[in-house]
Design a protein around this ligand. Structure first.
Ligand code: PMP
Length: 363
């Protein structure tokens, strides 16, 4: 299918990939230049694949300015397995881990951590809607906490941290699955950042983890081998067969970002895209954006209409008009426009035109 036939894909993940990346994958799919085999068919121990993985890592380091003293890991099991691996490796006996609860994915992280050890949940008041990021005053941390876990972007609820919580000395662990590399990031402020690849990084099946080296000492030798960060680091993400195709595509996405001008450049695009959409959502009062203004996500723009019937009509008509994936998550309803890095600005403009027309007809 030529690129011109692509619809506007607002899926929350797996999500839209950059067309130049897809085109390169297509060109090299049957035979990598000079190799005569596809990336899916070669040994992960081959020098070709080692170079692909090494280049992806080098490009991540360059793109995000990853300081020395941090290890880059390509893992499997989705971000969901990190909900388990984080406490298994970092929540040492008798210690407490603090979790800032800002949404459904944060809750899932809490659920797994509780299976491992002591967990203290903080952030929004109990029972408060997940429509904003808590203030520092609302967060209470355990002295000497093993780590503090946050979810940088709440994919389902459409809220995002636009500052970092002030957590003191505890290592900050961030689930950045839905906004990683959407803008500049100061890695040195974190102990660990992890992200499922399928939104801003590449295809599903790979998880990127960036971990401060000293934290590897916490991984207990009694842990299952594959679940041990230290083992994964010692083996440069190749203790077993890595998700080779995913790492390869992730590497191409990193190159695409670097060629675009890196994280400051993509941040400007993301701010412009989300800015246009929120401006439209605020324009007449017809639309009901769900996240509070200072907590709005630049990646997942969530909104409602005055009735569920209207929402159903919007989703149906937008799909017919070539906009895919605007239905909100089943747990919250409404609409969600996921506009990750690779989502084209022309799609935001087209959606706004469609919304104006819908409002004219149904207002
Ligand atoms: N965390 C966040 C913030 C997410 O958005 C998602 C997936 N949508 C996950 C975790 C779970 O990721 P995975 O499906 O890779 O396990």
């Amino acid at each position: 299918m030529p690129a011109a036939d692509r619809v506007y894909n607002f899926s929350s993940g797996p999500a839209v990939l950059p067309v130049p990346v897809l085109e390169q994958v297509q060109r090299d799919l049957v035979a990598l230049p000079g190799v005569g085999m596809s990336v899916m068919e070669i040994s992960h121990r081959s020098s070709t694949f080692e170079a692909i993985l090494g280049q992806a890592e080098a490009d991540i380091r360059r793109l995000a300015g990853v300081p020395d003293g941090y290890r880059i890991l390509f893992l499997q099991g989705g971000a969901s397995l990190q909900f388990s691996m984080v406490p298994m490796n970092l929540l040492t006996d008798g210690a407490t881990a603090d979790y800032i609860n800002t949404g459904s994915w944060a809750e899932k992280a809490v659920k797994e951590a509780r299976r491992v050890g002591n967990v203290h949940v903080t952030g929004l008041p109990e029972g408060a809607p997940f429509d904003r990021i808590p203030t520092d005053a609302e967060c209470e941390y355990t002295p000497g906490a093993a780590y503090v876990h946050m979810t940088s972007n709440n994919t389902i609820e459409g809220s995002q941290w636009h500052r970092l919580p002030v957590v003191g000395d505890a290592p900050l662990v961030s689930d950045a699955s839905s906004d990683i590399f959407s803008g500049p990031i100061d890695i040195s402020r974190y102990g660990l950042i992890y992200a499922g690849a399928q939104k801003n990084l590449g295809p599903s099946g790979v998880v990127l983890a960036i971990i401060r080296e000293d934290l590897l000492a916490r991984s207990n030798k009694s842990l299952h081998t594959m679940l041990n960060y230290a083992v994964q680091a010692e083996n440069s993400s190749m203790y077993n067969t890595p998700p080779a195709f995913g790492v390869y595509v992730l590497g191409l996405v990193m190159q695409w970002l670097l060629e675009l001008g890196g994280l400051p450049a993509i941040a400007a695009v993301n701010e412009r895209k989300a800015g246009k959409l929120y401006t439209e959502l605020d324009r007449t009062g017809y639309w009901r954006p769900t996240a509070q203004a200072d907590s709005r996500s630049l990646m997942n723009v969530t909104f409602r209409l005055s009735s569920e019937d209207l929402e159903k009509a919007f989703v149906k008509e937008s799909t017919a008009a070539g906009f895919d994936g605007l239905k909100g998550h089943r747990s919250v309803g409404g609409m969600r426009a996921s506009i990750y890095n690779a989502f084209p600005e022309s799609g935001v403009d087209a959606l706004i035109d469609f919304m104006r027309d819908f409002e004219r007809r149904n207002g």
